[in-house]
Design a binder for this molecule. Structure first.
Ligand code: TMP
Ligand code: ASP
Length: 235
């Protein structure tokens, strides 16, 4: 297969169809804008499986995604989208960069979900950007931005109860979007690489913070999320 694009954790390959691509999840794990790196056995297949479950679930609840169907382990077939150059973050509980930015107490629950935008540009270290700058700098129109914001909050509303069944708090997460013929689709991945999940019983992280903070047990925690999700979607 011809490689179209190689990111920090995934590769995108061409297919015979102009409008479809293969998304391949690698075992690579990076943090702090690629400064910290590792290769972890089975990470790719676990994050791929988790993404497939989330995308399937969201599709069933009316969210359009780029996911088409499962292929072999670590891969799925997806629609080729024109990617939006923004990373969209929702926060339900304070941790990570917002705690440092505003001097908040880690673990504080927000009165309502916070929506934040970051420029998808590693060379700039993915800086935060506000909606007026997004419009003024021509990243997206007001209409598209409203659609992106609404869809992101809908994803939060759908994922929270699913994760509740898994006894997991959805602390925060990052989404990426794309367009096909003017239609907005959820793209990229949703996995412990791009979300923060806290176990409700122990308060322990079940996500990439284990890697960021050198705690270990990364793939084991990801597998635990997968196991609980598989049970939850069958109920
Ligand atoms: P932050 O607290 O570091 O800003 O992260 C917010 C959420 O976004 C968290 O769930 C991790 C996720 N995220 C990514 O998926 N990719 C990134 O490059 C960053 C910085 C965060
Ligand atoms: N996604 C970024 C990286 O891979 C930052 C992070 O998730 O901490 O370096």
């Amino acid at each position: 297969m011809e490689l179209l694009y190689s990111g920090k954790a995934k590769d995108i390959y061409k297919t015979e169809k102009e409008n479809e691509v293969v998304v391949h999840f690698r075992n690579s794990l990076t943090a702090f804008n690629g400064k910290k790196k590792a290769e972890l056995d089975e990470k790719g297949e676990v994050t791929c499986e988790i993404t497939k479950i989330f995308f399937d679930y969201l599709e069933k609840h009316g969210v359009l995604t780029h996911y088409i169907k499962a292929l072999e382990e670590c891969q799925f077939l997806a629609l080729k989208v024109k990617i939006v150059l923004l990373e969209v973050v929702v926060r339900n509980i304070a941790t990570g960069s917002i705690v440092k930015r505003y001097g908040l107490k880690k673990g504080m629950k927000f009165k309502e979900p916070l929506l934040e935008y970051f420029i998808k540009d590693d060379s700039l270290n993915d800086p935060p950007i506000c909606t007026s700058h997004i419009r003024a700098l021509g990243f997206e129109t007001e209409e598209n931005l409203n659609k992106i914001g609404e869809l992101t909050l809908k994803v939060n509303d759908l994922l929270k109860p699913l994760l509740e069944k898994c006894k997991i708090d959805l602390v925060d997460f990052k989404l990426e979007f794309g367009f096909i013929d003017g239609k907005l689709l959820l793209a990229d991945e949703i996995s412990p690489d791009t979300c923060r999940f806290w176990d409700q019983d122990t308060g322990k992280s079940l996500d990439k913070d284990l890697f960021r903070e050198e705690e270990g047990g990364v793939v084991e925690a990801y597998k635990e999320v997968l196991k609980r999700l598989r049970t939850a979607v069958q109920e």
